[in-house]
Design a binder for this molecule. Structure first.
Ligand code: FES
Length: 255
């Protein structure tokens, strides 16, 4: 039997894809992630309540969920609570792959040799050890999603009447995308079915099985939901700010 000689892995993306602009995707990723982090940081530290009745920016939802009361610690509280979605995205399996490839080029793609940067310690040292807390960020994010849905219900109510504005629809779309991102998480799939050995032996096993099959089907789209929900959060915040500034006058319908 003929034995094929193993070819060594290419040492760089350039070598693996000669003549191709392989760097465009990681460069765009760096630009998009950096822009989002800068914008989100500015928004939560801006000390302005991004609220235009009945809309509230998703960056401020959790605070308002605690009762529409302005706390004196507001300026500190919002950035602290922002750690939850930031922690979820920062430790997300999709984002990890993405930022290791784009920011560190370590390696920039699969089938490319790793960079030689001393001993590899995996996720045993700060800051990468924080990635082990992903499941906890996920569970906290599920609570945040509940608050966001409450905000969407509020966005369809104006002075006690049913109401639809362009902003109501934007908030709804945003929370749908965020929910898709959160519930297609790998850890969520494990929480829902990872401990079950045989669905036939657990209570409501058929139902559990359907739920897990649905999550299995949706999970490969997790990366897509990560991207679109990131844009939708920022654009929803921008939209509410434009309304506050009087730059936009949206169409509204009140029953
Ligand atoms: S949120 Fe992406 S893997 Fe959990």
């Amino acid at each position: 039997m003929a034995v094929e000689a193993l070819t060594p892995r290419p040492s760089s993306a350039k070598e693996a894809s000669p003549g191709r602009a392989w760097w465009i995707e990681p460069a765009l990723t760096v630009v998009a992630y950096s822009a989002f982090v800068i914008y989100a940081t500015w928004s939560v530290f801006d000390q302005v309540n991004v609220v235009f009745d009945p809309y509230v920016s998703p960056f401020f939802s959790t605070w308002l969920g605690f009762g529409l009361v302005r706390f004196p610690i507001f300026g500190i509280l919002i950035p602290i609570l922002a750690v939850i979605p930031l922690g979820l995205r920062g430790s997300c399996y999709y984002y990890r792959k993405s930022y290791f490839r784009s920011f560190f080029w370590d390696p920039p793609a699969c089938a490319i040799q790793e960079l030689k940067r001393g001993r590899y310690h995996g996720e045993t040292r700060f800051p990468w050890v924080l990635n082990n807390y992903h499941r906890y960020f996920l569970l906290l994010s599920v609570v945040v999603i509940v608050f966001l849905w409450v905000d969407v219900v509020r966005a369809f109510t104006y002075h006690g009447h049913f109401f639809i504005g362009l902003g109501s629809l934007i908030l709804l779309l945003n929370v749908v995308l965020l929910s898709l991102y959160t519930f297609t998480c790998h850890s969520f799939r494990y929480v829902m079915g990872g401990r079950i050995d045989a669905f036939s032996r657990v209570l409501a096993g058929k139902l559990w099985h359907r739920v897990v099959m649905l999550l299995n089907w949706a999970n490969p789209r997790h990366g897509l939901y990560a991207w679109v929900s990131m844009f939708s959060v920022a654009l929803t915040d921008v939209y509410v700010r434009l309304l506050m500034a009087g730059v936009l006058h949206e169409p509204r319908w009140i029953a």
